[in-house]
Design a protein around this ligand. Structure first.
Ligand SMILES: NC(=O)c1ccc[n+]([C@@H]2O[C@H](COP(=O)([O-])OP(=O)(O)OC[C@H]3O[C@@H](n4cnc5c(N)ncnc54)[C@H](OP(=O)(O)O)[C@@H]3O)[C@@H](O)[C@H]2O)c1
Length: 492
């Protein structure tokens, strides 16, 4: 089989794409045919002999894989050949196959593709454990996330938002911060050009930060610690910038805050029940579309050293993923495609007329991010704080900002376009709406969809057809509509 091998400790450029023998499982071991393997920060250290685990040479980096079981060792009774799984193997993942202890292998749910399966657990598991079990994060609290566009950082942004916090994301470029906003960050700090303490004072109206999530360390730690609120929790997650900060202890006294260590691997060993509970919650959130790993780029196995170079050079946003078997990955994407709603196709105007009174379909879900709300506020000059100021909005009964009612309505052309298509039509104009009612607020990060029913069609001038469509908008997990409108359009 093919594998990317570390034959001598050193930088990623020294790794060699090689042919080696396929592994054979010993007792309690499983051999997985790897579909995808993600790159994590420890992979950049392990090849330089700077990590806590030191495998014997030669070995392949790559500690988080998803794929299919091809061989079972003796005494493995709870898995089957052909089963889809993911595994935290430590190393060996930048290869076509890997041999792993069965206690590190987990069934991959059928709704999860292999790329996500290889990208979810390490980052989301760490960040959820940190925010839930270590910080005991409460809705409405203010969280600062350093290195917010990195693997664990971006997962923390998405999870903290989902847990109802006000999220301040800090990273080194505006491009990285844009993605953080898409994942739910309410505020951003570019710590390469902005002052961390000043921005925190501004964003929190001098109240300070309740929870700091720090996977970076180095020079960013002290200003973050100095910005903490009373009873705050400073989460020590990692030291990606290299230097382990030595902080003045008096700050913990003055701030009345706690410095809390996070070690996800040890948590899963020592508290397996709690860890399993977290994994189930994360899997459910993934299934409901509430969390999703952000895949920065995929790499072939032959070029997989580049993934580690990109990680080392701070280029990666979210996850870098090596596709070890393109066929398996493609196969696993089929499920997601099936989830996309298929369009209703009308071949001519007669078919539209025949559909009067019918529900013709529903759109896909669209997540209404703070970014979308901010853009709408900017273009309509409607900057009311309930839409654009997350920390003030967090104090209201909504608990977060809400979308403008007209923003929901303005998405109608997009949704209609997903719902139906008229073949051979030259032009369609959505020219108005009638009887619009906004029934419930749409909170930030809700998922919105439209259900469309044709109410009426009339022939109009220039061989056109006027349509009246009843559009009903829903947010996820709520059977009651948030908005109902009659949309008017004409097709030529
Ligand atoms: N405690 C635990 O249980 C646990 C679990 C998983 C990971 N970790 C640790 O958490 C840290 C982050 O892991 P990750 O997978 O999220 O890594 P990552 O994807 O590489 O993200 C690290 C982030 O740190 C920032 N950074 C600042 N200076 C850097 C430098 N000199 N080199 C590299 N990055 C730098 C980068 O963002 P900017 O460019 O925006 O600054 C980067 O996005 C690592 O130390 C890892 O070992 C700990």
């Amino acid at each position: 089989m093919k594998a990317l091998l570390c034959t001598e400790f050193g930088p990623a450029e020294n790794l060699k794409y090689s042919e080696i023998v396929s592994p054979e499982p010993k007792e309690n071991e499983i051999v997985i045919q790897i579909a995808a393997c993600s790159a994590n920060f420890p992979d950049t250290l392990i090849i330089e002999n700077k990590y806590q685990f030191k495998p014997n040479l030669p070995f392949s980096p790559g500690g988080e894989v998803a794929g299919k079981i091809v061989k079972l060792g003796e005494n493995v009774s709870n898995f089957q050949i052909g089963q889809r799984v993911f595994a935290l193997c430590g190393w060996g993942g930048f290869a076509e196959e890997v041999c792993v202890g069965s206690d590190r292998v987990f069934p991959l749910p059928d709704y999860m593709n292999y790329v996500d399966g290889a990208s979810l657990m390490y980052n989301f598991g760490t960040s959820y454990h940190a925010l839930k079990n270590r910080a005991k994060l409460q809705a409405g609290e203010r969280v600062l996330i350093l290195g917010a566009s990195g693997g664990v950082g971006l997962a923390a942004v998405e999870l903290a938002k989902l847990m109802g916090a006000v999220v301040i994301a800090a990273a080194s470029t505006d491009e990285k911060l844009e993605i953080c906003k898409e994942k739910g960050a309410d505020f951003t700090i570019n710590y390469d050009k902005e002052d961390i303490r000043e921005k925190i004072k501004e964003y929190t109206q001098n109240k300070g930060i309740d929870v700091v999530y720090d996977p970076v360390g180095d020079k960013y730690a002290e200003p973050a610690l100095r910005s903490m609120a009373w009873n705050g929790r400073y989460l020590v997650v990692g030291f990606a910038a290299g230097e382990i900060p030595k902080l003045p202890f008096n700050l913990a006294l003055l701030k009345g805050c706690s410095v809390v260590g996070v070690f996800w691997g040890q948590f899963s060993n020592l508290e397996p029940k709690e860890s399993q509970e977290n994994i189930m919650e994360l899997a459910n959130w993934y299934k409901e579309g509430k969390i999703k790993p952000h895949v920065f780029k995929t790499y072939t196995l032959e070029n997989s050293a580049e993934a580690l170079v990109d990680l080392r050079e701070r280029k990666v946003i979210g996850k870098a993923v090596v596709v070890c078997n393109a066929e398996l990955v493609k196969e696993s994407l089929v499920f997601e495609k099936k989830e996309e709603k298929s369009k209703r196709i009308f071949r001519d105007f007669e078919e539209i007329k025949a559909a009067v009174g019918e529900v013709i379909g529903e759109s896909n879900w669209l997540k209404i991010t703070q970014n979308i709300i901010n853009d709408f506020a900017k273009s309509t000059f409607d900057q009311q704080w309930i839409h654009v100021n997350p920390s003030m909005a967090a104090q209201t009964p909504f608990g977060s900002t809400i979308a403008h009612g007209l923003l929901t309505l303005s998405l109608s052309p997009r949704f209609l376009n997903e719902i139906y298509e008229v073949k051979n039509s030259k032009m369609g104009i959505n020219y108005g709406s009638d009887k619009v009612r906004f029934l419930k607020p749409v909170k930030v990060n809700s998922k919105l969809k439209m259900v469309a029913k044709i109410l009426e069609v009339i022939e109009s001038a220039n061989n056109g057809l006027k349509m009246k469509v009843e559009a009903t908008y829903f947010v996820e997990n709520n059977p009651n509509p948030v908005c109902v409108a009659e949309l008017l359009s004409v097709i030529y």
